[in-house]
Design a protein around this ligand. Structure first.
Ligand SMILES: [Zn+2]
Length: 287
């Protein structure tokens, strides 16, 4: 009988209806995604209904427009500088083709989307980086768009909320991309000197020059669960220092423990948390 019981057991928790959720009626034609954390296959529609978070808590990557749709009030987002596109200032071999591929695969002209929006009724300036565009790498246009957003926010006395995801500076633009770190940081400083609020949300992965500049310059820094956040890659650090790194190194939870981020906020709670923080600061500005 033990053998029979074993056969009748559902293959995984999701087949049994998941953790307290409604039973899943499987449609054989429906695509599924395998979770890298719990290794279970989840119907894509179910992931969508749960903001692309697995029942085990793993946060799948989402694109910039999906995130804007999830976080902002309906029809409140007004995009800015949507027509700015990268050029090839150094005539770097293969860059034009890479840009074209990135535009087609991400359906975005660049690796960041900027604009104004309302989150639970709280007005703010918002930038959301796009992983599907050359892994959110920071070139001149990314730097320029974010700088302009901060300048607009300063002029209109608005808070800035930024979602970061990036592989770092865009090597095809060499020094021009590296100088964006200083340029954006200058704009962040002027915004801060104006007594205005800047909140960053670090999502997986936030690395390189973006971490070394505006991602970590928020007045409050929150991170998504499990997000990798760091400057150099763990393997490079290990090879350079010849020391093995602690478990969970460069994960959001490790950073929280060591005081680099203020809180880890699950995707589902982000709009409420961000709106709560904006409410405090927006009230101060208007007072
Ligand atoms: Zn999972």
């Amino acid at each position: 009988m033990a053998f029979l019981n074993f056969q009748l057991k559902p293959k995984n928790e999701l087949e049994a209806g998941g953790r307290g959720a409604a039973p899943v009626h499987r449609d054989e034609s429906e695509p599924e995604q395998t979770c890298p954390n719990c290794h279970k296959s989840i119907p894509v529609s179910r992931l969508w209904a749960n903001q692309n978070v697995c029942p085990c808590g793993h946060h799948f990557r989402i694109n910039a427009r999906q995130r804007i749709g999830m976080i902002t009030d309906r029809n409140s987002f007004r995009e800015m500088d949507a027509d700015l596109q990268s050029d090839d200032p150094l005539n770097f071999a293969g860059y034009q083709a890479k840009l074209e591929t990135a535009r087609l695969s991400s359906n975005e002209p660049e690796a960041v989307v900027c604009g104004t929006a309302e989150i639970r009724g709280q007005k703010c300036c918002l930038f959301v980086m796009e992983a599907a565009f050359m892994m959110g790498s920071m070139g001149t246009v990314v730097g320029e768009k974010i700088t302009r957003l901060f300048e607009y926010a300063l002029e209109h006395r608005m808070s800035v909320v930024g979602f970061t995801v990036s592989g770092g500076a865009r090597m095809q633009e060499g020094l021009l991309s590296l100088m964006q770190m200083a340029k954006v940081s200058g704009a962040v400083k002027r915004h801060s000197d104006g007594g205005l609020f800047y909140l960053t949300v670090l999502t997986d992965p936030t690395t390189g020059g973006v971490t070394a500049s505006f991602a970590m310059e928020g007045d409050i820094i929150i991170a998504e669960p499990g997000a990798t956040v760091g400057f150099a890659g763990a393997r490079v650090i290990e090879q350079t220092t010849r020391k093995s790194l602690p478990r969970g190194f460069q994960k959001a939870e490790f950073l929280l423990e060591h005081g680099f981020v203020d809180a880890i906020v699950a995707r589902k709670a982000q709009a409420d948390t961000i709106a709560g923080l904006l409410r405090i600061h927006n009230r101060e500005v208007s007072a």
